[in-house]
Design a protein around this ligand. Structure first.
Ligand code: ADP
Length: 698
């Protein structure tokens, strides 16, 4: 904006009446100085005294102008027709606690006016003190000062010229204050841009201004609506659970919402201005560059699943959508990111995939009609389906068209039409071969869908155990009854022999009775051991046991009672183990008894002794029936006896090896079988050794 031309210029204050109180709203400091200069020059030329209470900057500019206009300021100051006062200092003289004090104001200003007036001279005052107060935000103090000026005009004759920079009243909030200031002045001068116009031009400008004002009002309303919309959007961004952030094209973060603070652990203050790769795991520069290259091309990166890092170093799995940010002319200036934390979800998915892929439980997903949508390999195996073709993984195995097995289908119906789930229950599952398998099955409907998920657990092993247990009870009664029947028989014989006093035969009878009692005692002991073992109450002594010694003692003891087999010991261990001597002896005795019992056609049992750096091995080898491979893992289970139609019936309860393997495990060792049907069996008893003096022998 250029300086207004002198010719066109019409200053309202050229003909100022006394007691006028003029206010000038200024939008240009240079022009304001012009106005002040003219106000003062007009006064001085007309013989008025001028009192200028202004800022040092305005004083300096004014002095320059007055001198340029040929005015002798020194003379003017000497005869006090020109009084220049600092606005801040003068203000300070009558402010009390930040408010103009009436008495002091009259005191300070009154004496100044009197000095300037020298009795008769009309006085012109230019004051900037109100503007200073306004600029300081002390609006009430400024209005109070305006009031005091108005009040003083009743006591003194002067015309007052105030100036306010118009930008002090920017914004809607200052509308009332502007009106209030306007009310306090007898004359208003709009900003300089309008003061130099002719009447016609001014009217045109006024009309234009009215139009502008109307347009502005409309725009203001629109802006307010936009502002409200923006505030709502900002509130949404702040309250969302997703991290929302923006960055400029070089990656510097420009905004960071509350969810971002929660998810990444950094506050907005910590992140704004930082590079966004601060939340990237190390060595992710390439990912950043690739994303930004797409953004620069104006592309959107949608649901990109990637890793980010929490402030504490924890890795997060995030699903991020990144979009280009454009300015008002459509230029891409950055990117906005919405990121969802899917760490937990992925973790749960991985867990359920693991469960699905595991061979422990058969799992299927079916619709309400009972069509299989998905089934895992464990279920397919259970149903007897051939394994899924090709390289399809267990989780991908599907039987898309198949209907569920009839019993499972009925569970699905119950769940989808009932309470949404069927508690685990035992059913007999029909395999494709027609054979049935006992299973425990449960079905639950996925929330708010008719899709059901079912779990099927093969319990045939448990059922078999239960059956074996039932059979065991029958067998146990039989085994216990047999020696009792013999005892009863021998007692009858002994009684008859006593009648005839046949001492030798009586003695023989008693020996047979003794042997039966031993058998009975062993059976009862085994049963007791089993029940204590089940309850975890088998007590073990802790002592050093010399292995070779123990083996020889047991072998020799048994040899005395065995006529059918030659028991041989080969090798030595020279080792000591730590544990319960009697229990370890019990294991050996059991293995040797079995070896004798199950090799009636053979006449020898060999005990091999061996050791290496870590373990001691006692192997009991027989040359009897042998055990087919499929039975070998099961003979250590409770109540298991090899079913063989060709075999003769052997006495026993099928619990000896279960007790033995428990005892050996409690000693930190293990029991292993090696056997070939028809050729014989070797049981290896392996224990951790505590002495390694002797070299390895086998
Ligand atoms: P049992 O009292 O029936 O002998 P065990 O638990 O000692 O019970 O043995 C379990 C089963 O293992 C036996 O019933 C038998 O079928 C088989 N078995 C054990 N030892 C031998 C062996 N030396 N030779 C062949 N079969 C054996």
């Amino acid at each position: 904006m250029g300086l207004p031309s002198e010719r066109k210029h019409t200053m309202p204050h050229e003909t100022l009446p006394v007691h006028s109180h003029v206010v000038q709203f200024s939008d240009d400091d240079m022009l304001l100085v012009n106005t002040i200069s003219r106000f003062v020059l007009d006064g001085l030329r007309g013989g008025d005294a001028c009192l200028v209470v202004a800022t040092p900057v305005h004083h300096a500019s004014l002095a320059q102008r007055l001198t340029a206009e040929g005015w002798d300021l020194v003379t003017a100051q000497t005869d006090e027709s020109f009084l220049a006062l600092d606005a801040q200092e003068t203000l300070a003289r009558f402010l009390v606690e930040g408010q103009p004090d009436r008495a002091r104001f009259f005191d300070v200003i009154g004496s100044l006016i009197e000095r300037a007036a020298r009795g008769q001279r009309p006085v012109r005052i230019f004051g900037e003190m109100v503007a200073l107060l306004w600029a300081d935000g002390r609006h009430a103090a400024a209005i109070c000062l305006e009031d005091l000026w108005n009040e003083s005009s009743q006591q003194y004759a002067f015309s007052l010229f105030c100036a306010y920079p118009i930008h002090y009243f920017d914004g809607h909030a200052h509308e009332a204050a502007l009106a209030r200031i306007c009310q306090q002045h007898s004359q208003l001068i709009p900003t300089e841009s309008y003061t130099h116009l002719s009447e016609q031009e001014r009217l045109r400008a006024f009309t234009l201004l009215q139009h502008k004002a109307q347009a502005l009002e409309g725009e203001l309303a629109q802006r307010q609506a936009t502002q409200e919309r923006l505030q709502t959007l900002a509130a949404i961004v702040e309250s969302t659970d997703d991290a929302v952030l923006s960055k400029n094209l070089d990656g510097t973060v420009t905004s960071w919402n509350r969810a971002a603070e929660r998810i990444y652990g950094y506050t907005a203050q910590e992140m704004i201005g930082q590079h966004v790769t601060q939340i990237f795991p190390p060595h992710s520069e390439e990912e950043f560059e690739q994303i930004m290259a797409r953004i620069r091309r104006g592309e959107r990166v949608e649901h990109h699943e990637t890793k980010r890092m929490h402030k504490d170093g924890t890795l997060l799995i995030m699903s991020v959508t990144i979009s280009p940010l454009r300015n008002t002319i459509g230029m891409i200036i950055g990117a906005s990111t919405i990121a969802r934390n899917v760490t937990e979800q992925r973790f749960l998915e991985a867990k359920s995939q693991q469960l699905f892929a595991s061979n422990l439980v058969g799992i299927f997903v079916a619709n309400a009609e009972g069509s299989v949508l998905e089934a895992n390999q464990a279920l397919l195996d259970l149903l007897g389906n051939p394994p899924a073709e090709g390289q399809r993984s267990a989780t991908e195995s599907k039987t898309p068209t198949a209907f569920l097995e009839p019993y499972l289908r009925s569970l699905v119906f119950q769940a989808s039409q009932g309470y949404g789930c069927v508690e685990p229950q035992e059913i007999l599952l029909q395999r494709h071969s027609g054979q049935s398998v006992p299973v425990l099955a449960a079905v639950t409907c996925l929330e708010q869908t008719t899709t059901c998920i079912g779990f099927v657990l093969d319990i045939s092993e448990r059922k078999a155990l239960e059956q074996r247990k039932d059979a065991f009870i029958g067998m146990a009664s039989h085994e216990l009854k047999t020696p009792l029947t013999s005892l009863k028989g021998f007692l009858g014989v002994a009684r008859r022999l006593l009648a005839v006093q046949d001492q030798e035969k009586i003695l023989h009878c008693l020996m047979r009775m003794d042997a039966q009692i031993d058998k009975l005692t062993k059976l009862i002991n085994d049963l007791l051991d089993l029940s204590r073992m089940q309850a975890g109450q088998l007590v073990y002594r802790e002592e050093y046991v010399e292995v070779d010694d123990l083996v020889h003692e047991v072998v020799e003891g048994l040899q005395e009672a065995t006529q059918t087999h030659q028991l041989q010991v080969e090798g030595e261990t020279g080792a000591v183990v730590f544990g319960d001597r009697d229990r370890l002896g019990q294991v050996l005795m059991n293995l040797l008894n079995n070896a004798i019992k199950y090799s009636s056609q053979a006449d020898a049992v060999i005990v091999h002794l061996a050791r290496d750096e870590t373990q001691v091995r006692v192997s009991v080898q027989d040359f009897g029936l042998g055990i087919a491979e499929e039975h070998q893992p099961k003979i250590f289970e409770r109540f298991y006896q090899v079913p063989d139609p060709d075999r003769q019936t052997y006495p026993g309860l099928g619990i000896g090896l279960a007790i033995c393997s428990d005892i050996v495990r409690r000693h930190g060792g293990h029991l292993r079988v090696e056997s070939e049907k028809g050729k014989g069996t070797t049981f290896h008893l392996c224990l951790p050794g505590v002495s390694t003096e002797a070299p390895l022998t086998s």
